[in-house]
Design a binder for this molecule. Structure first.
Ligand SMILES: [Fe+2]
Ligand SMILES: [Fe+2]
Length: 224
């Protein structure tokens, strides 16, 4: 009987654990796997640090319950994005930096600092206390908006380099991208009315529960 077409290949010998067919097939289709892994680590770093910074931003939206709730959805969905993409980094032969400082430093997007805070200084703690005395919702919404825009650029690039070649990474990046596009629309709506008094509806009503992540957690769509 003729050998089955997919029973073996020249790249990965029978019983060889040092290589993965799941990686070699990507190389055969033109994916630069090492470069992709580096981009995914940078992107995961941005999701993780954004999750951290959104915690601070949400706290400082004190008094604006509607903004806090929407910030919380975006915050928890960024954590979901980190959780979704991190296993893929390991499948592709990569790993997270052993030191969280290295991980935060290589994040692919800028730090989403509290408005008025520009980085660690000797007086950092006192400076933050001063900033927290008078947080402006519009300034916080702008930080949130620009973080979402960086995320859209990031995941769009990952979609571009995996489309038609790496369906698994593409599917994950595409799910994340869909939520990032929603997040941008939410913060445009909120900032537009808060800062400029202009209605720019996002089409958003609400997630089912905080951090629902309907795309990246593979749940059913909100579709009453
Ligand atoms: Fe995200
Ligand atoms: Fe987001």
């Amino acid at each position: 009987m003729a050998e089955k077409k997919h029973a073996s290949d020249a790249m990965v010998k029978r019983g060889d654990l040092s290589k993965r067919v799941g990686i070699e097939q990507l190389r055969m289709r033109g994916v630069k796997v090492e470069e992709l892994v580096e981009k995914l680590i940078d992107a995961a770093g941005a999701e993780f640090t954004t999750y951290y910074y959104y915690t601070i931003l949400r706290m400082n939206l004190a008094g604006s319950e509607d903004y806090k709730e929407i910030c919380e959805d975006a915050r928890l969905e960024d954590r979901a994005h980190f959780e979704l993409i991190t296993p893929r980094i390991y499948e592709l032969g990569g790993q997270l930096p052993a030191d969280i400082r290295a991980f935060a430093d290589r994040a692919g997007c800028p730090d989403a600092y509290l408005p008025g805070y520009s980085g660690v200084t000797k007086e950092g703690v006192d400076k933050v206390k001063g900033i927290q005395a008078a947080p402006k919702a519009a300034e916080i919404l702008e930080v949130l908006l620009e973080a979402e825009r960086c995320a859209i650029r990031t995941w769009s690039e990952v979609c571009d380099i995996t489309f038609g070649k790496d369906p698994r990474t593409y599917d994950m990046a595409s799910r994340i991208l869909q939520e990032e596009i929603e997040h941008e629309a939410w913060f445009i709506e909120l900032l537009s009315m808060e800062r400029d008094g202009v209605a720019r509806p996002s089409g958003h009503f609400r997630r089912g529960d905080p951090g629902d992540a309907p795309y990246s957690k593979n749940r059913g769509f909100y579709n009453p």
